[in-house]
Design a protein around this ligand. Structure first.
Ligand code: SF4
Length: 714
């Protein structure tokens, strides 16, 4: 591995600036996260992108916001602007659980320490900077500012808040992935300095610097930089308000009228996911928050450029001997693409990265993998070749003109768009190329896999064949014993609100997973993720979830209570009580009691939960479900004897009548391990049979096609 010097990181102190021979910097970034010089950490990316354009950038990670603010003063004022990068996660999500309890650690801080950043660093850091340097422009980036760009619900304050520009006093937000905007802003300011035609400020040595007036003249009122948000008086809005602008309900209206807030959100989401978006304007207190449309999706050259910058891929040396949990998690993983077209209602990815997939080139990915193989503690296993969704790499519409006109927030919900090319060929090619590199023993897929894409019956038989190959290869070569997937619920009504596929599809995928494992002599688990208290979800839905997952022999561990994070459809439905698209009322569990009453159903198998669950089922008049969960004489018999099971309505099935499966007998001489593996497979087969209920067998040609495709093909 290359021997790094201190100057291989962006400077974090005056001394490190001097080591580089700098007596000033152009941009200073204040980061809520520890400084890890890696393409997965936002402040590092912005710093490296600006550095590549010739700017001098320093990073002050986790400045002390108490006392005399010396961390905010130690580098002086920058020549162009201050950046506030609060962190890779919203600070409140990072700090608290859905029940507002303190998390065990801060994943982005050394040794997981909680005391190295304030709550809402976007606001705290900006206010300090504005107090110390009122004349220097402050630009916000990162997910905390990005998703709070307009009126939003703050779950931790339990109220609607205006654009974070109002609370922070900052001058501008860059939302989404900020590489292009920071370069464009810096270039305009640099040009203004060179031309000498802006109102400049001068240091004692005569160096010209940008002050707030120049920033406003050149950027806020001059160039309408895409993907930025600013506040204006009406007469100052660039170009004035025009017919093509999308005017939202005012912030004050949203505080009084929940339907208005819900309605606003539909427009915000649609514009976030459009190729050619409109400018959005929201009145607040006699002024106007103006959101310029985003840049078009990056080209492959642009995203490669961002990932190929000279990151050390390591935490700054100041953290020597300390553990940064998030870094430990990603240090042997590679991100293949940005964007997600899933449109899950509770997820913020598309609001931040957009729905169009931007793929890195194979060369760029392989270059990064080679770098990882040279790391001293790398043992040959890549923990993840992934992205926001593991298997969207290389996917896009067949007719791009149609995509440019499209307003759908999801390309795969409620049905997979006929224009979407679901071909996994490019992704398989990446897997093969990575696995062929010297030093790679195995590459795993740790990101969530969209199984609805794998089950999709495309019109093109070649694509179906490739996708079946991908499924088999994923399961046999890229699962480290446990494959994470996210059905999220069992109720199709709740899943519809979540914009997730029917639970039936999870069953189909699990059939395939179990069969391929059995055929390959593997003993791997599928780990489903579920959410309780999502808008629309009732205790009865949770009780049925418990019964169905028990029948599938799951004892759930990857579960979470819904957290209403800013700027998602689910949060708006939860907070306003109306679905943003239909404006119909939506029930949500809100009080701690209601939320706990839903959550406990995940843990039906814990003795301490059983009395509470029975009492709750009595209260909602569903004691029949208590029988299904706790009556040992009925539903679980089939697991042990393989002879019968009951569906939710209590109908008894004889699975072997339908599947023709005969139980395997062990030949003499099979060792204990084989016997045990086979017992596991036999158990899986029973579960598979449970899933093949008559309705699915008879009614769904697509399922039959999928089973045909996956039967005996390997
Ligand atoms: S046309 Fe189809 S593939 Fe293209 S963006 Fe819209 S939903 Fe996605």
């Amino acid at each position: 591995m290359k021997d790094f010097r201190l100057t291989d990181w962006l400077p974090t102190t005056k001394k490190e600036m001097e080591l580089r021979g700098w007596d000033y910097v152009d941009v200073i970034l204040f980061s809520g996260d520890a400084y890890v010089d890696h393409p997965s950490f936002g402040a590092a990316v912005i710093g490296r992108v600006l550095e590549a354009e010739g700017y001098r950038v320093a990073i002050v990670p986790q400045p002390d916001w108490h006392g005399d603010f010396r961390d905010f003063k130690k580098l002086g004022r920058p020549r162009l602007w201050f950046g506030v990068a609060p962190g890779c996660m919203d600070s409140m999500v990072n700090k608290y659980t859905a029940n507002r309890r303190l998390r065990s650690e801060d994943a982005y801080s050394p040794d997981g320490r909680h005391d190295l950043r304030p709550e809402y660093p976007t606001i705290v850091y900006s206010q300090i900077l504005k107090r110390l340097y009122p004349d220097v422009p402050v630009i916000l980036g990162g997910i905390e500012a990005s998703l709070r760009r307009l009126t939003h619900y703050d779950y931790w304050q339990e109220r609607f808040r205006p654009s974070i520009l109002c609370d922070s006093g900052a001058d501008m937000i860059i939302y989404g992935m900020g590489e292009k905007a920071v370069v464009e802003i810096s270039n305009h300011l640099q040009m203004a300095i060179e031309d000498g035609n802006a109102h400049l400020d001068y240091a004692e040595d005569g160096t010209a610097r940008v002050g707030l007036k120049a920033f406003r003249d050149v950027i806020t009122h001059g160039h309408c930089v895409p993907q930025t948000v600013s506040i204006y008086n009406k007469e100052d809005i660039p170009g004035g308000i025009v017919a093509d602008d999308l005017i939202l309900h005012a912030h004050e209206t949203c505080l009084k009228d929940m339907k208005a807030q819900a309605e606003n959100f539909r427009h915000i989401e649609e514009e976030s996911n459009k190729y050619h978006a409109q400018r959005i304007i929201q009145p607040i207190g006699g002024r106007y928050v103006v959101v310029n449309p985003p840049y078009p999706p990056m080209t492959q050259d642009e995203i490669d450029h961002s990932f190929d910058l000279p990151y050390t891929r390591l935490p700054h040396p100041k953290y020597k001997g300390k553990r940064i949990p998030a870094y430990e998690m990603i240090k042997f993983s590679v991100n293949l693409h940005r964007g997600c077209f899933g449109g899950c209602a509770f997820c913020t990815i598309s609001a931040h990265q957009g729905k169009f997939i931007v793929n890195r080139s194979k060369e760029s990915i392989l270059k990064e993998v080679r770098q990882i193989t040279e790391m001293p503690d790398f043992k040959g296993n890549l923990s993840d070749l992934g992205g926001p969704s593991a298997n969207m790499y290389g996917m896009k519409g067949k007719n791009l003109k149609a995509c440019e006109r499209c307003k759908r927030p999801s390309c795969i919900h409620p049905e997979i768009c006929p224009n979407l090319n679901t071909d996994h060929t490019a992704l398989l090619d990446i897997y093969h190329a990575v696995d062929a590199l010297p030093g790679i023993k195995r590459s795993y897929i740790g990101s969530g896999v969209r199984y609805d894409l794998l089950l999709h019956d495309a019109k093109d038989a070649r694509i179906n064949q490739v996708n079946a190959e991908y499924t088999r290869e994923l399961i046999t070569r890229h699962v480290s014993g446990r494959l994470k997937v996210a059905p999220e619920h069992t109720s199709d009504r709740v899943l519809e609100l979540m914009r997730k596929p029917s639970f039936r599809q999870f069953g189909e995928f699990k059939d395939i997973f179990d069969r391929i494992n059995r055929e390959s002599g593997l003993r791997q688990q599928i780990i489903p993720y579920f959410i309780s208290s999502h808008p629309g979800c009732t205790e009865e839905d949770m009780a049925e979830l418990a019964v169905l997952t028990k029948r599938m022999d799951f004892q759930l561990e990857q579960v979470q209570d819904f957290t209403p994070t800013p700027m998602t459809v689910s949060t708006e439905a939860w907070a306003t009580g109306y679905h943003p698209y239909t404006l119909e009322p939506v029930y949500s569990a809100k009080s701690p009691r209601e939320k706990l009453a839903q959550r406990m159903f995940f843990f039906w198998y814990k003795p301490e939960e059983q009395q509470k669950i029975k009492a709750e089922l009595r209260r909602i008049g569903r004691t029949d479900l208590a029988d299904k969960l706790f009556d040992r004489t009925r539903p679980m018999e089939w697991n042990k004897k393989g002879n019968a099971h009951y569906d939710l309505e209590g109908r008894r099935h004889r699975p072997e009548d339908r599947s023709g499966h005969s139980r395997r007998t062990f030949s003499k001489g099979e060792n204990r391990e084989q016997a045990s593996a086979d017992r596991a497979c036999s158990k899986s087969a029973e579960r598979e049979r449970f899933l093949q209920n008559p309705r699915r067998e008879a009614g769904d040609g697509r399922n039959r096609a999928m089973r045909r495709r996956n039967s005996g093909k390997s």
